[in-house]
Design a protein around this ligand. Structure first.
Ligand SMILES: NC(=O)c1ccc[n+]([C@@H]2O[C@H](COP(=O)([O-])OP(=O)(O)OC[C@H]3O[C@@H](n4cnc5c(N)ncnc54)[C@H](O)[C@@H]3O)[C@@H](O)[C@H]2O)c1
Length: 389
């Protein structure tokens, strides 16, 4: 199928575009287009050294194209890019969180399957509308929570559901992004009125605890600290969330844009779940940042680094570079869901089977995520009180 990617920022560069290039290399994807708000974004993407090295000769159709002023904004151009596609292909949405809903509806109304970076949308009612609209048209909508495709998550899920840990009681999770994120395009959208550190990135660990345990969140309280971006705008750049689950278990989630730029690794992240059976305590602990790899470069500025071999790396096995890791596997799995639904004789049944399998998040099987986000936004904009999910 053809794929149109809407958005051209960090996640498109780091994971999405190279994954679709790889799928095209494998003969699974046809044309690829990318639509961003500014031409300059696409110039940078097309010129990316690592993507060019990995995929010599591959390129994408650009919206806006190179004849336009690269600095002129085109906030509605994605509608034209989607309209230019034949029906029943794939739109991958990688816009800032608060713009997902309109773009998803535009794609569904144009009869396109939709893949979207997390979070799907910020309101449960919007997720319900998306679910209905897609099902009646026999279109697949998948949400990209790539941590689900980390083998350690799948191992934990199987063992937890086998009863090996007992029942989750108390847990902590954290994901601290690097300080330099404050200087990125985030300062233009991840601001107090649209999002916060928990909504942007904490949702991964809420989703993961459900994915592993099958429990659903019952209430959430988020304490946020306002801080200034370099452009003067306000963001909740530090958040501390308490999520109470359907069995009264409690997960504490801390998020921020604060991890020192000089610290090793691209962020700090991990999950600990304390569990119990009738006779004994159980423990699950993931260090999602330190994966056992340490590098020190021998250049003029020696740098200690702890790269993750697991999320997204390029390896040289000949013919350019090949993307590996759960970031790539997640995109491949989601794209194959689109192919499966499109080729099914009963598309609605195929969609419901994927919903029930619950390996990928869909609007029908992960509504708890939008409910948590909706309650979290109420809580953080209030005084951090617990809000029912
Ligand atoms: N770990 C993860 O799963 C993960 C990581 C990063 C980002 N994300 C998600 O991906 C999304 C994008 O994040 P990012 O890091 O790429 O942000 P970013 O700020 O780097 O990029 C956003 C892009 O959207 C483009 N854009 C904005 N409005 C547009 C419009 N109207 N039409 C076309 N393009 C438009 C911008 O030009 C920019 O290229 C967010 O929803 C974020 O939560 C997920």
């Amino acid at each position: 199928m053809q794929v149109t990617i809407v958005g051209g920022g960090m996640i498109v560069h780091d994971q999405i575009l190279p994954s679709f290039y790889q799928l095209r290399r494998l003969g699974l994807v046809d044309q690829i287009a990318v639509c961003a708000q500014h031409g300059r974004t696409l110039q940078a993407l097309a010129g990316s050294k690592i993507i060019r090295e990995a995929f010599p000769g591959q390129n994408f159709r650009a919206y806006p194209d190179s004849t336009r002023d690269p600095n002129q904004p085109h906030p509605d151009l994605y509608r034209d890019a989607i309209a230019a596609m034949p029906a029943r292909n794939v739109v991958m949405i990688a816009l800032p969180d608060h713009l997902h809903f309109d773009a998803i509806l535009a794609a569904l109304h144009a009869d396109q399957h939709v893949l979207v970076v997390k979070p799907l949308v910020l309101k449960a009612a919007e997720a319900a509308m998306i679910e209905q609209e897609a099902l009646q048209r026999g279109l697949f909508v998948g949400i990209e929570y790539h941590k689900r495709f980390d083998d350690r998550s799948l191992m934990a899920r199987r063992k937890y559901r086998n009863g090996d840990f007992g029942e989750f009681r108390l847990g902590t999770a954290h994901l601290m992004e690097k300080w330099y994120y404050r200087h990125s395009n985030f300062q233009n959208w991840c601001t107090t009125e649209n999002s916060d550190a928990f909504t942007y990135i904490g949702c991964h660990y809420v989703d993961l605890v459900h994915f592993i345990t099958g429990l659903t969140p019952a209430s959430v309280g988020v304490y946020g600290i306002r801080d200034k971006y370099p452009n003067g705008r306000d963001g909740y750049l530090w958040t501390d969330a308490r999520v109470i689950w359907s069995n009264d278990a409690c997960l504490n989630v801390q998020n921020s844009l604060s991890f020192p730029d000089a610290a090793p690794g691209t962020n700090a992240q991990g999950l600990t779940l304390y569990c119990a059976s009738a006779r004994q305590g159980g423990l699950l602990r993931h260090s999602d940042q330190y994966r056992g790899v340490e590098y020190v470069s021998a250049g003029s500025s020696a740098v200690y680094a702890e790269p993750s071999p697991d999320y997204f790396q390029y390896v040289d096995v000949g013919g350019g570079l090949t993307p590996v890791g759960y970031g790539y596997r997640s995109i491949e799995y989601l794209y194959r869901c689109c192919l499966k639904v499109e080729s099914a004789s009963d598309r609605q049944q195929a969609i419901r089977e994927i919903d029930r399998g619950a390996i990928v998040a869909t609007p029908a099987n992960s509504r708890y995520n939008e409910r948590v986000i909706e309650a979290a936004r109420k809580s953080i904009l209030g005084n951090g009180q617990l809000v029912p999910v």
